[in-house]
Design a protein around this ligand. Structure first.
Ligand SMILES: [Zn+2]
Length: 407
């Protein structure tokens, strides 16, 4: 198993030499990276090596316990996703759903326009007037932008609160920490770069105005109990404690990303369940941002409705990547059904170009994780159990298809 594990890490690094977005994190031996950079295997060589490795993996004796069994399935599925990504880089075009099944081990549900329209109708009542709804929504939302001069302070306050809540339920290794950087000209709004030794670099994109809800969302999603904690727990429990080297590399276009994004998004609710969040926003974050605290409850009521439009983004991506609509039509769809203003819609289409069916990992991933945790007894009514199941999921190699089976 150790040999297969090492070969897998090198294979992921090899594919990274062909695809700059592929290796999201690597903190294994630096010599392996140097070895691969020098050898730079071709896509064909990577494809045939993945095939051999899968056979080697299947030929190994049956694993002893549940975690080792999860490990085995996980590695086999990660290898299958790697092979799919190789085929894509070699020119194979999969449909949106076939691609997400191959890369993320799941297919997101499809919704018709009528589904979004009934949510939009409710928003029409919330923001009455003439002209496009998205324009009325945006003009109302202007009062909730974090002033750039206060952004860093607000964001750090949010991170401290998310960390405190996470540490109340989860034991993290000493020395874990991250640094925050502000960047521009990216297709994403935030990114966590895990660096190993329990450290992360979190980047926040300031191309577009940052609304107050992003403070807690980003702090939880990228930091606590999201990506940073997920990577820290994998490093601690699987890489350091068990010596499972394959977890020292994180290939972005793989089932691991559904678990990563799904837990990062569900983690927001785990750390800040509805009413607690509004109270915190009202008493701490709105004042820190210089915003009117009396408007906090109304803001989050409207946002909860807008959040229900999240799957409209998947529909735009599905149609666009399937070649049914062009970039302009995809942006127009996002404006109409996901209520994104033009600049944000265009940024999102650039995200589709770069990350493709990855989009489903955020909303569908979150829903899959929530259902799984709730099926284990981790309901909102039982927060202690919810945190415990959440931590368990973050510390184990469970596949997206494994979340569905457990329902
Ligand atoms: Zn993320």
């Amino acid at each position: 198993m150790e040999q297969v594990s090492e070969a897998y890490v090198k294979l992921v690094l090899a594919l990274g030499t062909h695809d700059p977005d592929y290796v999201d994190a690597y903190y294994g031996p630096p010599a392996w990276k140097a070895e691969i950079a020098a050898a730079k295997p071709t896509l064909d060589a990577i494809a045939s090596r993945a095939e051999t490795l899968t056979k080697d993996l299947r030929a190994l004796p049956a694993p002893g316990d549940e975690l080792a069994t999860l490990r085995r399935h996980y590695l086999e599925r990660q290898l299958a996703a790697l092979s799919a990504r190789v085929r894509m880089l070699a020119g194979t075009r999969l449909s949106f759903d076939d691609e997400s099944r191959a890369l993320y081990d799941t297919v997101a549900p499809t919704f018709a326009e009528a589904h979004f329209q009934q949510i939009l109708d409710r928003l029409e009542n919330r923001f009455p007037g003439t002209g496009p709804l998205v324009a009325r929504y945006e003009s109302w939302r202007k009062d909730f932008v974090i002033p750039p001069a206060r952004l860093d302070a607000v964001f750090k306050t949010a991170i401290d609160a998310c960390r405190e809540r996470t540490l109340a339920h989860t034991t993290l290794p000493a020395g874990e920490q991250f640094t925050v950087e502000y960047v521009t000209k990216k297709s994403w709004s935030g990114y966590n770069w895990y660096q190993g030794n329990f450290r992360s670099l979190i980047q926040v994109n300031t191309d577009l105005p940052i609304y107050i809800d992003r403070a807690i969302d980003l702090a939880c999603h990228e930091g606590y109990p999201g990506h940073h904690v997920y990577n820290v727990l994998l490093e601690q429990h699987l890489v350091k404690d068990r010596g499972w080297t394959e977890f020292s590399v994180y290939p972005l276009f793989s089932p691991q990303s559904l678990i990563a994004e799904g837990t990062a998004n569900f983690g927001i609710e785990v750390a800040f369940p509805g009413a607690e969040r509004v109270a915190f926003e009202q008493t701490v974050l709105f004042p820190a941002a210089g915003l009117d605290p009396s408007k906090a409850a109304g803001y989050y009521e409207a946002q909860a409705l807008v959040d229900q439009l999240s799957y409209a983004g998947n529909e735009a991506a599905r149609r666009y990547l399937n070649g049914e609509i062009d970039a302009a039509a995809a942006a127009a769809w996002l404006e109409r059904y996901a209520l994104m203003p033009a600049d944000r819609a265009q940024q999102r289409v650039r995200f589709f170009d770069q990350y493709r069916s990855y989009v489903i990992n955020y909303n569908w991933g979150k829903d899959m994780v929530r259902r799984y945790i709730e099926a284990q007894g981790g309901t909102a009514a039982n927060p202690g159990k919810r945190w415990a199941e959440f931590e368990k999921l973050l510390s184990s190699p469970r596949l997206p298809s494994g979340l569905a089976v457990a329902r």
